[in-house]
Design a protein around this ligand. Structure first.
Ligand code: SAM
Length: 342
């Protein structure tokens, strides 16, 4: 028996005209009308046939159609702009006509509880292969980086769609951001985002979509990135703690990384404690931030954690808000003692 097919539909271009739908800058709307490209994005998401799919920001539904053609068990779309109601409802009806299930949520993806969207029988153990749940989205540029950081945090705590196992995501970003997400150490693009993405997932830059493929055409090209959560993250530390250190490390990209680590400490102890962190981590202080591997950053995190445990008052220090010295009466003595121990 041949696989069911969607009934014929008007083209997205015709639909945009019919409902007088123009892109809204405020919602970072750039539509993909080329079916070859939307099919290619879906192909990179994995075998979605019979699976549960969440699409973020379906807009007029170009990518949505490519998803539906693969006949998932169920598709849920989350769209903030209700102007797309007629076109999305048309797609849901067409899919319904072949016994498919498509649900539409008109809401902000940041406010939507996406854990409740999937059936419990899809749950897999974290160490097993990924569940049949897929997240796909041609994301709005103004949201993409914020959203991926939120989702990496959720992955690190196995929350939301990651309470079901190592759910894969296939998402679009501005080309420059996509390149940063996958940038290895030593490269110019290496930054906090590269480290955070690669600590909890295996991100792959699948292909580049030229800006001219979008309507309206953005000023930049777009990269399609897939993320598979790692069975074992490359740090044992929680997301916020690891992010704090990573953020400090990339504060001054061109300087020696020790200058960045020093900013974790109050001014008067900065030199000593910075040096001590590098001694404990067994790393060269002259390494530049972009030269550090995730394992190096993890060693620095371990050293910093050790110092925090020895001198809990250091936890109170905040580089951005601090104007004056902290009253660390005996810290200098302890530091000297610690240095002698190393
Ligand atoms: N998927 C469509 C395509 O490929 O042609 C549209 C992509 S467009 C770049 C981004 C879509 O995300 C728009 O439809 C926009 O309305 C929607 N969007 C923007 N912010 C959103 C948010 N916070 N939550 C849900 N959808 C959002």
């Amino acid at each position: 028996m041949s696989a069911p097919r969607l009934p014929p539909l008007p083209t997205i271009r015709d639909i945009l005209k019919l409902y007088n739908l123009s892109a809204t800058k405020r919602l970072s709307q750039n539509f993909l009308l080329d079916e070859n490209i939307t099919n290619k994005i879906v192909a990179k998401a994995g075998n979605i046939s019979g699976g549960q799919v969440l699409e973020v920001g379906p807009g007029p539904g170009g990518l949505t159609r490519s998803i539906l053609k693969k006949i998932p068990e169920r598709l849920v779309v989350v769209e903030k702009d209700e102007r797309f109601k007629p076109t999305l409802e048309m797609l849901a009806d067409s899919f319904g006509a072949i016994n498919g299930k498509m649900d539409i949520i008109y809401d902000d993806i940041l406010k939507t509880n996406i854990e409740n969207l999937f059936p419990l029988d899809k749950k897999r153990n974290w160490n097993d292969k990924s569940p049949d749940i897929f997240i796909i989205g041609n994301l709005p540029f103004n949201l993409a980086t914020y959203l991926i950081i939120q989702w990496l945090h959720a992955i690190s705590e196995q929350r939301g769609p990651w309470a079901f196992g190592r759910t894969k995501m296939t998402l679009t970003f501005q080309k420059e951001v996509a390149e940063r997400l996958v940038a290895p150490p030593m490269g110019d693009q290496r930054c906090r985002l590269s480290v955070m993405a690669q600590t909890w997932t295996f991100p792959v830059l699948r292909f580049i979509i030229p800006g001219k493929a979008f309507v309206p055409k953005p000023d930049v090209d777009v990269g399609v990135v897939s993320f598979t959560p790692l069975v074992k993250p490359r740090t044992q530390y929680d997301f916020k703690f690891f992010e704090r250190i990573t953020r400090h490390i990339f504060n001054f990209r061109q300087k020696y990384s020790i200058r960045c680590i020093e900013t974790l400490f109050p001014k008067e102890y900065r030199k000593d404690l910075g040096l001590m962190t590098y001694k404990l981590a067994d790393l060269e202080p002259t390494l530049r931030p972009t030269q550090l591997t995730i394992e190096d950053i993890n060693k620095l995190a371990t050293a910093y954690k050790y110092l925090l445990e020895k001198h809990p008052e250091l936890k109170l220090y905040n580089y951005r808000t601090s104007r004056h010295l902290l009253p660390l009466s005996n810290t200098k003595d302890i530091i000297v003692q610690d240095c002698a121990e190393i």
